[in-house]
Design a protein. Structure first.
Length: 250
């Protein structure tokens, strides 16, 4: 016996709407970098100031959920788990950070960050190193960036009157820099300690660290001080020849 099935149009429309909603929910949500940075800042405070690692983990996880294209929350989760002695979990997050964003600054941190001392003493770090270099090498070959051409170039920057930052650096092929310079202003005089550079499209990004003497607010003398990473970004096309084979960042 042949049977016919009649579909209620109202139910059909409802089903389509429900399905569309389910599909939209299953996709990745757009990155919210400002929210991620706010959570990240809270995580850094708990991580480095109060040493409340449980809270730090919570904030870093929220930062990553807000922007899953950003490697820094994952990297800091790796650092916190290393400090807690859970090196397996630390390495898992560090691997995820490497695969999330190909940033030479990350490579430099992995080799020198004191938070990762425990991780660097484990057999798993050799595997992590292999992943680092294979990932960065494949990224370099797949891109059309001029990173190789920029390596060895010198860059100079002149500061403004209020808060002067002057440096002269040479870009190295491994993403690190060599250079001299200082940052001065109301806080005192800090010397350039080092940093990293990377290129994304036509943008060159410098991340520099300064340390030295800072004047105490009560006028009682000086104290040792250091900056967080200071970031400078500019277009390669904006560089102009500026004496001694350097370039000038306007």
């Amino acid at each position: 016996m042949e049977r016919s099935f009649l579909i209620n149009p109202i139910k059909l429309i409802s089903f389509v709407l429900i399905l569309a909603g389910a599909l939209s929910c299953s996709g990745s949500k757009p990155a919210d970098r400002p929210a991620a940075e706010a959570f990240y800042k809270q995580g850094k405070h708990e991580h480095t100031k109060t040493k409340d690692y449980a809270q730090a983990i919570s904030f870093y996880e929220k930062a990553y959920q807000a922007d899953q294209t950003w490697w820094r929350p994952l990297y800091q989760l790796g650092c916190v788990y290393s400090l807690k002695g859970d090196t397996d979990q630390s390495i898992a997050y560090l691997k995820q950070a490497i695969q999330t964003e190909k940033d030479p600054e990350l490579l430099a941190y992995l080799q020198s960050d004191s938070d990762l001392r425990r991780v660097r003493q484990t057999p798993g770090f050799a595997e992590l190193n292999a992943l680092i270099y294979s990932t960065f090498e494949s990224s370099k070959q797949a891109s059309n960036s001029t990173t190789d051409n920029l390596a060895g170039r010198k860059i100079c920057r002149a500061g403004d009157v209020v808060d002067k930052t002057m440096f002269k650096i040479s870009l190295k092929a491994d993403g690190s820099i060599k250079g001299t310079g200082s940052s001065s202003g109301m806080m005192g005089l800090l010397e350039l300690q080092g940093g990293t550079w990377s290129q994304r499209g036509d943008q060159i990004q410098l991340t520099l660290r300064f340390a030295g003497k800072q004047f105490k607010s009560d006028g009682s003398g000086e104290k040792e001080a250091a900056t967080n990473n200071l970031e400078y970004q500019f277009k390669e096309a904006d560089l102009q020849t500026f004496g001694d084979g350097c370039q000038y960042i306007p």
